[in-house]
Write a protein that binds this ligand. Sequence first.
Ligand code: NAD
Length: 480
Amino acid sequence: MQYIKNYINGELVEPTLKTYLDNYNPATGEIYSLIPDSNEQDVELAYQSAKNAFKEWSITPKEKRSIYLLKIASLIEKNLDKLALAESIDNGKPLKLAKMVDIPRAAANFHFYGTGILHYASQAHSMEETAINYTLRQPVGVAGCISPWNLPLYLFTWKIAPALAAGCTVIAKPSEITPMTAFLLSEICIEAGLPAGVLNIVHGLGAKVGNAIVSHKNIPLISFTGGTATGKHIASIAAPMFKKLSLELGGKNANIIFADCNYDKMLATTIQSSFANQGQICLCGSRIFIERKIYEKFKTDFVAKTKELTVGNPLDEKTKIGAIVSQQHQQKILSYIELAKTEGGKILCGGTQINLTDQNKNGYYIAPTIIEGLSYDCRTNQEEIFGPVVTISPFDTEEEVLTMANSTQYGLASILWTENLTRSHQMANNLHAGIVWVNCWLLRDLRTPFGGVKASGVGREGGFEALDFFTEPKNVCIKM
Ligand code: NAD
């Protein structure tokens, strides 16, 4: 049995109380490693180490910080196979997906901010002959970074890389459900020679470790990605302490399909945007609205293509849909399918748990599920399910679909399929979302602002926005 360790002050250490939590392989339902059940004391050790390291790291020239980040990026690339396998086993996602998306993106995060910091400049404001103002951008301090289980290393590094680039030192907590690649990252940081205490990784439960980070009186900044309810709780603690907060929360994204779209491209991409990573991506389009003229055709083709998706062992090359991350989450998704039925939904395909055989017989699988016949404002269409479950609904006009698309408390992403340029602009302008993808999905340029509106979050990650977040602007005004 492998014991995961915390990474504090440059070393791999046991939790102070030496207690551990079980870590499950969702593809088999077996416990395969143990996670530190850390507590406030461990967070305090990490804080002391990050505080000490901040003195040097915050004044280390950015060119030097960049070299460390680029070294970590290349070590992630060098360990691609090992990290992808670990991610797949820990999370249940198809190995192929981890190899193509998760791990390359984790390396890209370090590459992007390792180079981005070299181009980051602050502003000056001249008052003609009276005075000159310039803005200092100083690292905020010890940053608390908390991430979820769906894209474990991808999202963990999306916070850590800009924080380190900006000159902050970090206490990071990965999800207790998927801790393995964060542990492997600590080994990589040791190999890269990252100075002790610059990054500290404390494993354990949200209610203990996460809470201790969020409520620590000397951690001035929290970057959080996870569920909306957790985000609300974090904000209630951090806001009265006047901490800087970035919250990337849940979504219930609309995929809007007009009859004039490029049909084949739309269909192929809609399969992805519905079911990639078992539908456990905050950006998945789980509410699909189709212009009535093509509704029946779409329904037939979409159901047929969905039935072709192989649900199986994540390590198998042929597998398109792997395991759901945990038994608890599997049960939650199944309960939403039951709810949909009681709300009048008709299951067009899927709708059930799948029992595989042999070593996967106790794994957590659900058939990709399509539901029709629900009103846009029922619970199934308003609440985040975060699984391989989508609803389809017809619409007649732009106004009608906008009302339905904008009706949820969320506003993370939207997907739009049309060949009409004017309509694209109008719809993009009127959708309540932080991101609108037109004729594509999950096409990411890391320079763009990333985040949501309404209950999908506060603030933006990505590009220089993240460097702005991890630095504090200070205006210096010099009279001539
Ligand atoms: P979660 O909110 O349960 O947990 C996220 C992280 O917060 C975990 O590390 C957890 O241990 C920690 N946590 C839990 N309680 C805490 C507390 N009281 N104090 C501090 N930390 C605490 O979310 P999850 O189930 O891991 O992830 C799924 C959710 O994440 C979905 O809602 C999904 O939409 C969202 N998500 C959003 C984005 C985005 O960019 N907007 C990206 C991925 C996932």
